[in-house]
Design a protein around this ligand. Structure first.
Ligand code: FES
Ligand SMILES: [Fe+2]
Length: 439
């Protein structure tokens, strides 16, 4: 048994409406539950698809497959510089318009019969037009998708009339993060892979730090701030109507745990090197090589108030989980932007992007390469449990999972989805929760 009420002063008690009980396994293994998530969440919510820098010039576009929405979309910058999104489906006999994942064009030409569309998706040309008996071009544009931008991140919404604007969706939780220097992180790397697990199971592994001392015990365990004991307890956690945040401290006497060292240099670098020089010589060499190379300094006191909101001197990074499947971690000088895109109830496309400031010297580039490889290893560790956990969950042996205080975001994630499904299906949240737990 487990207490259903959390003790005073805990994170769980602060969000008493989430309860303190067990979390059902069913949402992670049920194909039927996934269909409900598709209909009521993924097809109704703002979804991150990329950054504005990817389509910097008029005519630049990318194509994004969104299995959870049963569609593929084209995202393009039009002649006026606005970003548009439309389904990749020709209005004639439904061929895909764009075949490549990215490109640059003046117009979109369908490769089947040559219909032409401009960068807003308007139909502008039809071969043998007179054979169509009075075709009205304005009725045959590409089908538009709602599209908006927050802090350079492009979001789309499959609902033709989104219930709330992107600004209203983001502001309550992330208004105090606006102004973070996203636009100065212009160098990056990315990986993507398909993982045979539920999308929430993958996301959950990134919305708590309880696992760090174990899964990452051989890679970045030296980056854990042990001053408060425990397995990387968070500085704080915040849960909103949709989104959630977790702020974490790092060991300042390590390279990975003190990210500001490379751009701040000085005392921060000396502190990072004080232990790392002997315990992690390669990390220390990479840091020394990178010092003074970053094009921007990123002083901590210039960050918006919502970044490192506890103002901890040992701050390592903030995890921001933008509902439903977008993870953005903010450090003083680099960000990780991950999407956990569902493909099926037990299949997820993991898209990982990491953005850094430009480094102006070869030593700085060496530092970036070092960080890239270090992070790749950390990610592989994160992914190493997921398919095993999914298989184990699917045995049906366990009907519930049990969460500790520092796994609050996992609890919140479950409750938000349950609440939204209940609202969409005309049930009260309590009924939904009872049904989910009564097995
Ligand atoms: S299907 Fe596109 S022009 Fe015919
Ligand atoms: Fe991890």
């Amino acid at each position: 048994m487990i207490a259903t009420q959390a003790p005073e002063g805990t994170l769980t008690a602060r969000y008493a409406e989430l309860g303190a009980g067990l979390i059902p396994v069913e949402p992670y293994i049920s194909a039927e539950y996934y269909e409900r998530e598709k209909a009521h969440i993924f097809k109704k919510t703002w979804l991150h698809v990329g950054r504005v820098e990817e389509i910097a010039q008029a005519g630049d576009y990318f194509v994004k497959k969104l299995d959870a929405c049963d569609t593929e979309i084209i995202v393009v910058r039009n002649k006026q510089g606005q970003i548009r999104a439309m389904h990749n489906v020709c209005s004639h006999r439904l061929n895909q318009i764009a075949y490549d994942k990215t490109g640059h064009t003046r117009k979109f030409f369908c490769k089947f019969h040559g219909w032409a569309y401009d960068l807003d998706g308007k139909l502008t040309g039809v071969p043998d037009e007179k054979c169509f008996f009075g075709l009205d071009f304005k009725d045959y544009a590409l089908t538009r998708v709602a599209c908006d931008v927050w802090q350079g991140f492009i979001f789309v919404n499959m609902d033709p009339n989104p219930k709330m604007s992107l600004a209203d969706f983001m502001k309550p939780m992330y208004g105090d993060v606006e102004g973070y220097p996203f636009d100065r992180m212009t160098v990056g790397f990315q990986w993507e892979t398909v993982v045979n697990c539920n999308w929430k199971l993958a996301l959950d592994a990134f919305q708590e730090a309880y696992h760090v001392a174990y899964v990452h015990g051989n890679s970045i365990a030296d980056a854990i701030d042990k001053s408060d004991g425990g397995s990387m307890p968070p500085l704080d956690a915040l849960c909103g109507d949709f989104h959630r945040r977790l702020s974490l401290a790092g060991n300042q006497k390590s390279v990975y745990g003190n990210p500001k060292a490379v751009t701040s240099g000085g005392a921060a670098a000396a502190e990072a090197l004080s232990d790392a020089a002997t315990t992690r010589p390669i990390a220390a060499a990479a840091l020394r090589a990178g010092l003074g190379s970053a094009r921007h300094a990123f002083p901590l006191d210039a960050l918006p108030s919502g970044v490192n909101w506890t103002k901890s001197p040992n701050w390592l990074f903030d995890i921001n989980v933008i509902f439903p499947d977008f993870y953005v971690s903010l450090r003083p000088n680099y960000i990780q932007a991950y999407n956990f895109r569902p493909i099926a109830h037990n299949k997820t496309l993991f898209e990982a992007r990491v953005y850094y400031p430009e480094m102006t010297t070869p030593g700085g580039r060496f530092f970036l390469e070092y960080m890239k490889v270090a992070l790749r290893d950390v990610l592989l560790e994160d992914l190493s449990t997921l398919e095993r956990t999914q298989r184990a969950a699917e045995t049906g042996v366990k009907k519930h999972m049990v969460l500790q205080d520092n796994e609050l975001l996992v609890r919140h994630s479950y409750h938000v989805i349950e609440r939204l499904l209940a609202e969409a299906e005309g049930r009260t949240t309590t009924e939904a929760r009872t049904e989910a737990i009564a097995e």
